[in-house]
Design a protein around this ligand. Structure first.
Ligand code: X2X
Length: 357
């Protein structure tokens, strides 16, 4: 090879290397090495699995340009789960997959999902999420510098305890029930005659273990993975409130992303949300969830029938009859008067109209 040829080849390689390094450093400057994601629960819960799925899909769809790292068990908040949206709005945390229960201190509209016995079926939940009330919740988030990307799910919350099979409000008298520190939950359980105790999720399972409380309320997507049957014998299926999850991002950071990156993260959020929602509904809906998991995601549930599973572990499961339900609805009516003004009458009316559609 002539000296000239060797020289020009070396020069070409050098130019290419410099070009690549500039491109890499431009991207490195444009994106953080890691985007921190707040996750209230641990990785084994369906919610935690959804967080991992989102992170995996973001990495895949952006060819590794965006790395989302889930911090499980509210590790970024030292357990203070109700602070998540405040910290994401400030940009201390980049993004989150969080329950409407935990974002309600910043977004009171999100409490529309937690009015007792208001939305009591998957059909109603989907109508509200995808309807005008759901839009109002997303809009309220945008006004607070949060960018909502997609819905996911924790689920309809069910009551478990170690003392009595609850069929009427009278059965709940004096029961110490762990609830999340959202005052709507305290008000609801007081109204039912129980003795509600605030506790962060990080302390809750130890609280069940040690018998500090008699019971708790969480969806089956939480109850099965935490093996609630180790602590509680009785389950009341009452669908009294539901908590969807929302995958969301700090707005300023989101708006600074190039459009193609936004599209890819958004598509990851939607896909992870759909998968995780199906995990939470598997075996308790009309069969759609298992079908979606199988056909769309080629995924088989480890526990496809959560209620049968809990029974097989020695729990007694009671589904409220329509007459029993009526008693609970009547007992919790005063909560509506107190809370509709705080949630926003307009959002309440929108949710009612969504459900009637
Ligand atoms: O604290 C709870 O009960 C949990 C895990 O369901 C939420 O974060 C709302």
């Amino acid at each position: 090879m002539s000296t000239f040829k060797l020289f020009s080849k070396t020069a070409a390689v050098l130019v290419a290397a410099i070009f690549m390094m500039t491109a890499v450093s431009a991207n490195a400057a444009r994106f953080k090495r890691e985007y921190k994601m707040q996750v209230t629960v641990g990785p084994k819960l369906y919610w935690g699995m959804g967080a991992a799925k989102f992170a995996e899909l973001v990495k895949e769809k952006t060819d590794g340009q965006i790395i989302v790292k889930p911090y499980f068990g509210s590790a970024l908040l030292k357990g203070a789960q109700l602070k998540s949206s405040q910290m994401v709005a400030k940009g201390v945390i980049d993004c989150a997959i969080d329950s409407t229960i935990n974002i309600s201190p910043v977004i009171p509209e999100a409490n529309i999902f937690h009015l007792p016995f208001f939305l009591n079926s998957f059909e109603n939940l989907d109508k509200v999420k995808n309807g005008e009330a759901g839009k109002a919740v997303f809009k309220a988030m945008e006004a607070k510098r949060l960018e909502p990307l997609a819905w996911a799910e924790n689920g309809f919350r069910q009551l478990t305890n170690s003392k009595v099979l609850v069929k009427t409000p009278a059965d709940m008298k004096g029961l110490r029930i762990r609830v999340v520190g959202n005052p709507l939950f305290i008000d609801t359980f007081r109204q039912l005659g129980a003795d509600p105790v605030n506790m962060n999720w990080g302390d809750a399972v130890a609280g069940f273990q040690q018998g500090v409380v008699d019971g708790q309320e969480n969806p089956v997507g939480v109850l099965v993975p935490i093996q609630i049957y180790q602590y509680h014998k009785y389950v009341t299926m009452w669908n009294y409130v539901v908590d969807p999850l929302i995958i969301y991002w700090n707005q300023r950071e989101w708006k600074a992303f190039p459009k193609d990156i936004q599209d890819k993260i958004m598509s990851a959020a939607k896909e992870a949300g759909e998968w995780e929602t199906a995990l939470c509904r598997a075996g308790i809906d009309d069969g759609t969830a298992i079908k979606v998991l199988k056909e769309k995601f080629n995924y088989t549930m480890e526990v496809p029938e959560p209620l049968k599973f809990l029974e097989s572990k020695g729990m007694e499961v009671h589904k409220l009859s329509p007459e029993e339900l009526k008693e609970f609805i009547e007992a919790t009516r005063p909560v509506y008067e107190q809370w509709i003004p705080r949630i926003g009458k307009d959002v309440y009316e929108k949710a009612k109209a969504d459900m009637a559609n």
